[in-house]
Ligand binder design. Structure first.
Ligand code: SAM
Ligand code: SF4
Length: 446
């Protein structure tokens, strides 16, 4: 069992202070219990016959950034030169070619593709086109419902945007985070607001199916005034969807290290970050957006969806490629080697770079889907009855009753619905550990 080190993502948020530790729940059981001994289960699943009903997605991790943001917890490198990037992208293509030889993936169409990071828009047009050409030979994605691509505004040029559109990207996601230059600088972002305005007309002109803007509520230096300004300016940019995250400080961020080293960082508490988040969503809904999850609003008058999120939260197969990437395949979780050297050398030896895995029980699969889908704001008990043959209202009676009594959700049994209140939705990640099995509560998350 993992070392005991409770974090909000395994223990819930008890204090109002923003303390160091993961909050965002992206999977279950916690990553800290995944291990090497389950890796053969992945290899067996990959050599099995293809499954005819599961949907399949491909995630590509592009771990490069111009600068490391002081709040960021992703696996990123800011010191790699063009030759090293070349080596990495070559390995990434080889990894995908290795997957192409696995019987369980034979002839399976992709429902979605996700370029995440790091910063996929950091790589050059030439690198991007070479990579995509190779991947499409193994997994063509012309019929995929969504090809999503994350961008840091300062890395985009008109030519690069044209290339991104050219490879079939349908959902362009921009890490805007804030539109106040002082705040962007203080938090170590590589871009300033003028770069957002520089690229905006080019993005409009290219008519992507969906353009998303990411914001963070609670960046260091934020005030009510600056946040209101960022929210208004975001509305003026007219994106199709807006995602608002509340700042969290997992163990590996620059700010977390400062705090653990004794610095008194002026970081907003959870109550204030929720108030900012709520304010933003109220403003967005007043001008024609509607809430589609705890974090995202979508334009009401435009058909928008987020295929990647919905598929992953419904247990879809997803092959995650690149250093430290996470996958879910045939019901098994696994993660790639988390270090640059191990990732590259394993691929060089012709093997998949899988380093830890976990095969959840049926109960754990049910809990995983239920907690992830709760982030959508409502779940339907009948979905779990037909998929898992389980009555979640009976299984989790005590937990649902307790959350209902605390004003976090409402149970509408007659309408086959459990619905989070706005209050519950604004702190949903902190509520989810309530549903964890005892053995996973109060453990280390990652
Ligand atoms: C991989 S980045 C997006 C693309 C690009 N790297 C960028 O930052 O512009 C994913 C998103 O995670 C969010 N994020 C990163 N660190 C965070 C933190 N500590 N708390 C909350 N959100 C965070 C940011 O909103 C960011 O846009
Ligand atoms: S938030 Fe984005 S740009 Fe900043 S370090 Fe993380 S991945 Fe890179």
């Amino acid at each position: 069992m993992s070392q005991t080190k409770p974090e909000p993502a395994t223990a819930g948020i008890e204090t109002e202070q923003t303390s160091v530790g993961s909050v965002f729940v992206s999977n279950y059981p916690p990553y800290s219990v995944w291990n090497e001994s389950a890796v053969p289960d992945v290899q067996n699943a990959l050599t099995d016959d293809p499954s005819d009903d599961a949907t399949l997605g491909l995630y590509l991790h592009i771990p490069f950034c111009r600068k490391r943001c002081k709040f960021c917890y992703f696996r990123v490198y800011t010191d790699k030169n063009s030759t090293e990037i070349d080596t990495y992208l070559n390995a990434l293509a080889e990894e995908i070619e290795l997957y192409g030889k696995q019987p369980a993936l034979d002839n399976r169409p992709l429902k979605f593709v996700y370029f995440g990071g790091g910063t996929p828009s950091y790589i050059s047009v030439k690198h991007l086109n070479t990579l995509v050409e190779r991947i499409k030979k193994v997994f063509p994605w012309d019929t995929a419902e969504e090809v999503a691509f994350e961008c840091e505004p300062g890395t985009l040029t008109q030519k690069k945007l044209q290339a991104i559109k050219g490879i079939g990207v349908t959902r362009l996601s921009l890490g805007v985070e804030n539109l106040n230059d002082k705040i962007l600088e203080e938090n170590g972002r590589a871009h300033l607001s003028k770069e957002v305005y520089r690229i905006h007309p080019w993005i409009k002109e290219l008519e992507f199916d969906q353009v998303n803007i990411d914001l963070i509520s609670g960046m260091i230096g934020e005030t009510w005034e600056s946040w209101q300004d960022t929210v208004q300016k975001t509305i003026e940019l007219d994106p199709d969807s807006i995602t608002v995250y509340q700042l969290e400080l997992p163990f590996n961020t620059v700010y977390s290290k400062d705090i653990l080293g004794g610095d008194a960082l002026p970081v907003a508490d959870w109550k204030l970050k929720r108030e900012w988040h709520q304010y933003a969503f109220e403003q967005f809904t007043q001008v024609g957006y509607e809430q589609s999850s705890a974090y995202t609003v979508l334009k009401k008058d435009k058909p928008c969806k987020f295929v990647y999120r919905d598929a992953v939260w419904q247990g879809s197969d997803m092959i995650g490629t690149g250093v430290a990437s996470f996958s879910h395949f045939s019901g098994i979780h696994f993660q790639n080697a988390p270090s640059w050297g191990d990732y590259l050398s394993t691929i060089e030896s012709g093997e998949l770079p899988i380093y830890r895995a976990f095969k959840p029980t049926d109960d754990e699969k049910l809990t995983r889907e239920m907690i992830l889908q709760l982030k959508l704001g409502k779940i339907n008990p009948s979905y779990f009855q037909s998929k898992f043959n389980a009555d979640i209202l009976a299984l989790y009676r005590e937990e649902f009753d307790q959350l209902q009594n605390e004003g976090m959700l409402r149970i509408h049994s007659d309408q086959d619905e459990i619905q989070l209140t706005q209050r519950g939705l604004l702190q949903v990640d902190g509520l989810l550990p309530t549903f964890y099995a005892q053995e996973y509560q109060n453990t280390r998350y990652t």
